[in-house]
Ligand binder design. Structure first.
Ligand code: ADP
Length: 448
């Protein structure tokens, strides 16, 4: 097992990884920018190294600085966390070339899954259903036109290198196809430096269902059930729950086993998430994330598995500590992402937290690096805290979530807590009757 792990990330995920290491008796090195010198993970870590100024390009994306920090502190492995370099294949490769273990999949798997076109063709070959659409990139508008006629409107133009919901445009008919095509390409070019786009049928009422898998380096792969992440704003997840209120036990087993089988056939290692859209009883693969997900705690709550610990174990070459038949789903879990944003306009609200009270009690978990007096830097994403609740069933989970939200006090900055208070009271949410377009509709109704 590793003796020292360097955590190449910040915020709540750096803290989450540090916690797993601590419980495993592994020392931690947390790297940070000058803006994060007072971060909670930095304070708790055994060692910390400042790797650059606030700009992520010069710190959390600064590969030479991170590798040097690992070398001078004598770390054996690097955990990339979520975001920043977590899905950067050349970083994974460089980490290994410099003699450190990369806590994640091989550079080759990151590369295949990082390009959504190659990801779709890899999983199709393994038997996963995908959204109907183009088989590869579309470069000519004429090709886009004839394909859209075949697939049938509405269609979605998506960036091959896309992420975070960017580089995506819907076209409802031939009249707006040109605009959607051009806009998706130019957004993809400026956001990802790659203007390759592809086309998918735009589904009108799907749910976003994703399957958590974990594979060791001995050919074992287990799925840990699904998460329903359909409550989204601008294609970004806001609330997640596990299990999905819409799947039957048979559907859960079917898609879980299929995802695990696919990962096994691809020779995948580490944690990964296969994302699907689910409509009218059918699953359509959309992408695979080759890293931990922000919403991984809800899976931990219903399975009792520490995903980060298991991820570290398989990276060290140990076999999975459980088999598929050992995984038993217990109860229900919901996560609310609490952001430092205005809950009406969603404008980011960095600043100082003047007063803080976090909820507690049975079945309540907070993954967050904040404390009273903490100054939220303006340079990074606005995730402040993940409120994760577990109950014996969905009703109990919802009651507990409402209660926990009432106890949550953050003063000094705007947060999205008021939005969550409202959403957990929406009758459709309570019934579990929502799809990926639901939240946008709720927000639009509020404005009108
Ligand atoms: P990103 O990598 O930017 O997150 P994804 O491919 O994972 O992009 O899609 C993000 C979200 O966009 C999905 O959860 C879903 O809400 C929406 N989406 C993606 N593909 C489709 C589609 N074919 N039809 C309808 N909505 C889609």
């Amino acid at each position: 097992m590793f003796e020292k792990i360097l955590i190449a990330n910040r915020g709540e995920i750096a803290l989450r990884i540090h916690r797993a290491c601590r419980e495993m008796g592994i020392s931690t090195v947390v790297v940070h920018s000058t803006a994060d010198a007072n971060g909670m993970a930095v304070r708790f870590a055994d060692e910390s190294v400042c790797i650059g100024p606030p700009s992520a390009r010069e710190s959390y994306l600064n590969v030479p600085a991170i590798l040097s920090a690992a070398a001078i502190t004598g770390a054996d492995a690097i955990h990339p966390g979520i975001g920043f370099l977590a899905e950067n294949a050349s970083f994974a490769q460089m980490v290994e070339e410099h003699g450190f273990a990369f806590i994640g999949p091989t550079a080759e798997h990151i590369r295949i899954m990082g390009d959504k076109i190659s990801a779709k063709s890899a999983v199709t070959a393994a038997g996963l259903p995908v959204v109907p659409g183009s088989e590869g990139a579309i470069t000519d508008f004429e090709d886009a036109q004839s394909l859209a006629d075949t697939v049938g409107y509405p269609v979605l133009i998506k960036a091959a290198s896309g992420g975070g919901g960017r580089g995506m445009r819907v076209s409802r008919g031939p009249d707006d196809l040109k605009d959607a095509f051009d806009e998706a390409r130019s957004e993809a070019r400026s956001a990802f430096g790659d203007d390759a786009v592809y086309m998918e049928k735009y589904l009108e009422k799907p749910r976003h269902i994703e399957v958590q898998i974990i594979a060791d380096q001995h050919g074992n792969c287990v799925h840990l059930g699904e998460r329903d992440c359909s409550v989204q704003r601008r294609h970004q997840k806001v609330i997640e729950e596990a299990p999905s209120p819409s799947l039957s036990a048979d559907e859960r087993e079917y898609i879980g086993n299929l995802a695990a089988k696919t990962a096994r056939e691809l020779g995948y290692r580490g944690v990964g998430t296969m994302e699907f859209l689910y409509e009218d009883g059918n699953f359509y693969f959309i992408e695979m994330n080759t890293r931990l997900q922000v919403e991984h705690p809800i899976t931990e709550m219903i399975t009792g598995v520490d995903l980060v610990r298991e991820q570290i174990r398989v990276a060290a070459g140990l076999p999975l500590s459980f088999r598929q038949e050992d995984i038993v789903f217990q109860g229900h879990s919901i996560e609310c992402r609490v952001n430092a944003e205005n809950s009406e306009t969603f404008a980011p609200c960095p600043g100082t937290i003047t007063n803080l009270h976090v909820p507690g009690g049975l079945g309540v978990r907070i993954d967050s690096p904040i404390y009273a007096g903490y100054k939220i830097p303006p340079h990074y994403d606005s995730l402040l805290a993940k409120l994760i609740v577990h109950g014996a069933n969905r009703d109990e989970c919802l009651m507990r979530l409402k209660r926990a939200l009432e106890e949550f006090v953050v003063e000094g900055v705007d947060t999205t807590l008021p939005l969550h208070h409202r959403l957990v009271r929406e009758p459709e949410f309570i019934r579990g009757d929502y799809n990926i377009h639901w939240l946008e509709r709720v927000l639009a109704d509020r404005k009108s």
